[in-house]
Design a protein around this ligand. Structure first.
Ligand code: GDD
Ligand code: MN
Length: 413
């Protein structure tokens, strides 16, 4: 086929990795092609990221087209996003376009990486529902029908999971199973509120409504696009569908140790970008006010010129007054947006009791850290106390965020 007969490739979106609210209108292709494409937005855009999938691309496009032509004919598109594969996958895909009119192809030459390939594909997509599937037939295409059905039922995110009923992996080595589960465990430690929302956060096979990720600047790394979507999207309803991860027939996996390191980097990047910095600063300021209240009440109760009470009793009362001071400020200022959704004295009393218990736990931790730093590591006692207070402030903040002022979990059906 001569080059002129090839349909044009998709222009590569530039700039930040942000999916637009509405489907883009192609303007810089040939008149007839962009004319055809710039018709009404369509329902479903499925991105197929490829690197050296020359021996799979025909089969996957054929299977996906056959399947989707049955359920949503002329209302879907397949977007192959190829990173300039040495085996010319992009060119092989481009040659398929005349036979599959809903196929579009993007050849990336300046960027590389699975996650960014998917997002660039979604940026060029026209669908109100976006999806991703691997090109190597390890993700069974027929599962798409169940995923689409879940989106139809109202799910914001429909995930193909290996770890629910009907899920599984073909004969993975023990090592691969261990690495996959280990990666998931690491994610649960670093990003519990993200990774715990699905049974298979490592999967690269899912559909998501455009509007739950539109406008969110994404900043992924490596292979795990789903954790980026979970971390940044405003996702209420998650549906999971079991699937068996197939054996690859042609080509080989591109997963190396680099992807595992990138996964760790990705988790840390998401952690810090999701860390509620402003809320934490407010919490620390309130904590500082508590120090002054504690000192003032201690002086008032214990000093010979005032009530002259015994030191321990004065300290306990002073600490309790400081805890109540901190609770009142935190409840109104630091977590005001959360507590306003949990009105009523009973709810407030519940929060105060939880806050109190966590702060008392923090006090014990404070003493333990202080002794460890001073007696074992021989750190100066005042510096040790400052470090202990800093560590315990993080502990108090995080546990209170999760327990006392917990945003009621959105329902997961
Ligand atoms: N554009 C682009 N750029 N595509 C890539 C790149 C890249 O750098 N690296 C891999 N791909 C494509 C492959 O061509 C394939 O279509 C898909 O991404 C998955 O790559 P594999 O190398 O086959 O990954 P895997 O099979 O080991 O793991 C896959 O399945 C797991 C379970 O769903 C990945 O999708 C994992 O993220 C996923 O956890
Ligand atoms: Mn694969």
């Amino acid at each position: 086929m001569s080059a002129s007969q090839y349909k044009p490739l998709l222009p590569m979106p530039a700039g930040s990795l942000e999916v637009p609210q509405m489907a883009p209108r192609l303007t810089d292709n040939s008149e007839s092609y962009s004319q055809a494409l710039s018709e009404q937005p369509i329902y479903f855009s499925l991105v197929v990221p490829t690197y050296n999938e020359g021996r799979n691309i025909q089969e996957i496009i054929q299977q996906l087209s056959q399947l989707l032509d049955q359920v949503i004919p002329n209302n879907y598109e397949l977007i192959v996003v190829d990173d300039d594969s040495p085996d010319f996958t992009w060119k092989l895909a481009q040659a398929l376009m005349p036979e599959y009119p809903q196929l579009r192809v993007m050849r990336r030459q300046q960027e590389r990486g699975l996650c960014t390939a998917v997002i660039r594909g979604w940026q060029a997509a026209r669908g109100e529902v976006l999806g991703v599937i691997d090109a190597d037939l390890q993700h069974p295409p027929q599962v798409l029908l169940k995923l689409l059905a879940e989106i139809e039922r109202g799910a914001d995110l429909a995930v193909a999971s290996r770890h629910v009923e009907g899920g599984g992996v073909s004969d993975w080595s023990l090592m691969r199973r261990f690495l996959s589960r280990g990666a998931q465990l690491l994610g649960l430690i670093l990003l519990p509120e993200v990774i715990s929302r699905v049974s298979d956060p490592m999967t690269g096979y899912f559909l998501v409504r455009r509007d739950v990720i539109a406008g969110k600047v994404m900043n992924p790394l490596g292979y795990k696009i789903l954790i980026e979507v979970l971390g940044r999207g405003k996702i209420r309803w998650i549906a999971e569908v079991g699937y068996v991860f197939q054996e690859r027939q042609e080509g080989e996996s591109k997963v190396t140790w680099k992807q595992y390191l990138e996964y760790l980097q990705h988790l840390l990047r998401l952690r810090f970008s999701l860390w509620p910095v402003e809320r934490f600063l407010r919490f620390a300021i309130v904590g500082l006010s508590g120090v002054f209240v504690d000192m003032g009440v201690l002086y008032l109760l214990h000093d010979p010129s005032t009530f002259n009470l015994p030191l321990t009793r004065s300290k306990i009362l002073a600490a309790e007054v400081a805890i109540i001071n901190n609770f009142l400020w935190n409840d109104r200022w630091t977590f005001g947006d959360v507590s306003s959704q949990q009105q009523g004295n009973r709810q407030r009393l519940k929060r105060l009791l939880k806050f109190n218990l966590i702060c008392l736990g923090g006090l014990i931790l404070n003493v333990m850290f202080l002794n460890f730093l001073f007696n074992i590591l021989k750190v100066n006692e005042y510096l040790a106390n400052l470090i202990a207070i800093g560590l315990v402030t993080c502990w108090n903040f995080w546990i209170n965020l999760k327990l006392s002022w917990r945003v009621t979990e959105v329902e997961k059906k």
